[in-house]
Write a protein that binds this ligand. Structure first.
Ligand code: HEC
Ligand code: HEC
Length: 389
């Protein structure tokens, strides 16, 4: 089954053998018209263990030997790439399939929409029951590199994170038992799981659902923006405005790159910067809850700025509608948005940069040079449940 597509290119006898193998071993997959890709997504190479390995120019750089932390030629942090093509492809189908939610009407892609930078264009997401989430949906581009997930850094892996939306009342509102029942009732899924997890005796289990979702999300690589081409030596890749913006961004006056460190444009740390909450809403204590540390009250994980021009509105609760508004926040004075009487231990890199209107415009130009969707995955025309809306 796994090699069928490859065998198509080979001798006719092989094609016939492959076809029989499909019919004999996985009749449901064949009958349902769904089969899994045996090739890795772009920017990954298939190794001899049938695993997709990331291939990227940044892997040639060494932060210590080259320009130091945050320079143009900084190496990438560790990442997840030990998944098979079949697992990635199954994850893709699951990601878009509303059958994963309790009411079978909400998929991961509803809130992480590829057309909106894998976010949802809303300040705060709306879940299955119409309940409004307290936070905004982050992009999923480059999540393969993240050591901790969610605004408050409370998940340590993509697998652990996926359990959140699946079983949360305000997101997909499913239960483990119901989820397995729903998937087992879809003709294609049991065989697709068996194909993606050939060594599992019972392949359709929660752990394999979260592995497949993690596999797909880890394949969303965005490292080919105009900024990246500039970093790799194409001096014309950034226009003069963007270049000026890069220089403001990495200046010790603006200090953006101290936290939004290249090449991911996040140093993956939690920082308290004192962004305002939506009108009338209490302070989201953020990472204080995760680490039980008072000093992290109102602290959030530094978000990546990759594809940031596509994911408005901004900050954990979508408080700023535009990138200009988000950039302006930093120059309005340290702690200006913290209500009187409230104590927040602001990060030392939150200062008083006094950026001019032009410098703010250039920062916006530069952030626009971080867009790259060249490895956009194929969006399924239909999912195995037939429920794609
Ligand atoms: C109702 C909308 C909604 C749905 C459905 C949803 N998410 Fe999310 N997602 C969010 C919000 C909101 C956050 C931020 C929550 C937080 O930080 O507390 C988030 C955060 C994440 C993150 C963390 C990203 C980061 O950079 O930290 C990942 C990964 C993720 N979601 C994956 C998924 C997957 C996989 C599914 C499907 C199983 C899914 N989401 C379904 C709204 C949604
Ligand atoms: C001290 C670390 C730090 C510095 C310095 C910093 N940021 Fe941030 N940035 C953060 C954190 C943390 C958040 C998330 C805060 C929140 O959601 O409340 C954030 C959020 C953002 C966002 C919104 C991202 C999103 O996905 O919604 C943008 C845009 C941004 N920063 C741009 C900048 C620019 C431009 C500068 C320089 C003027 C800068 N940052 C300096 C830590 C920092």
């Amino acid at each position: 089954m796994i090699n069928w597509a490859k065998k198509q290119g080979g001798r006719k006898a092989n094609v016939l053998f492959g076809l029989w193998a499909v019919l004999l071993t996985a009749p449901w997959v064949w009958a349902s018209g769904f089969s899994l890709n045996d090739q890795c997504p772009p920017s990954f190479a298939l190794d001899s263990n049938n695993q997709c390995q990331l291939r990227n120019l940044y892997q040639f750089y060494d932060s210590l030997q080259d320009q130091g932390l945050g320079g143009l030629k900084t190496a990438l942090p560790d990442h997840r790439d030990d998944f098979s093509p079949q697992q990635i492809d199954l994850g893709r189908l699951l990601f878009f399939d509303p059958v994963l939610s309790g009411d079978k009407d909400l998929s991961c892609a509803n809130c992480h929409n590829p057309a909106q930078g894998f976010s949802d264009g809303m300040a705060r997401s709306v879940g299955a029951s119409g309940q409004v989430h307290s936070r905004s949906a982050p992009t999923l581009w480059n999540s393969a590199f993240l050591k901790s997930l969610l605004w408050d850094a409370r998940a340590n892996s993509l697998e652990q994170q996926a359990l959140g939306p699946l079983f949360s009342e305000i997101e997909m509102a499913n239960t483990p038992k119901q989820l397995l029942t729903n998937l087992n009732q879809v003709e294609a899924y049991p065989a697709l799981f068996a194909q993606a997890f050939p060594s599992s005796e019972d392949a359709l289990v929660i752990a394999n659902i979260t592995t497949a979702l993690a596999a797909f999300q880890s394949s969303l690589i965005s490292l080919n923006s105009p900024y990246d081409r500039y970093a790799h030596g194409d001096r014309k890749a950034l226009n003069p405005e963007q270049l000026e913006g890069l220089n403001v961004f990495r200046s010790f006056v603006a200090r953006c790159s101290q936290c939004h460190t290249p090449p991911l444009f996040t140093n993956q740390q939690v920082a308290v910067i004192g962004t305002p909450e939506p009108e009338g809403m209490a302070r989201d204590i953020g990472a204080q809850a995760t680490f039980g540390a008072e000093r992290l009250r109102g602290g959030f994980k530094v978000p990546t700025l990759r594809n940031i021009a596509l994911t408005a509105p901004y900050m954990h609760s979508g408080r700023f509608a535009t990138l200009r508004g988000a950039a302006e926040f930093y120059t309005k004075g340290r702690g200006h948005a913290v209500p009187e009487g409230e104590e927040l231990l602001l990060h030392w890199h939150i200062s008083e940069p006094n950026l001019t209107a032009t410098e703010l415009d250039r920062l916006v130009d530069f952030m626009g040079a971080l867009s790259d969707e060249s490895f956009m995955p194929k969006i399924p025309e239909q999912v195995p449940s037939g429920l794609l809306n």
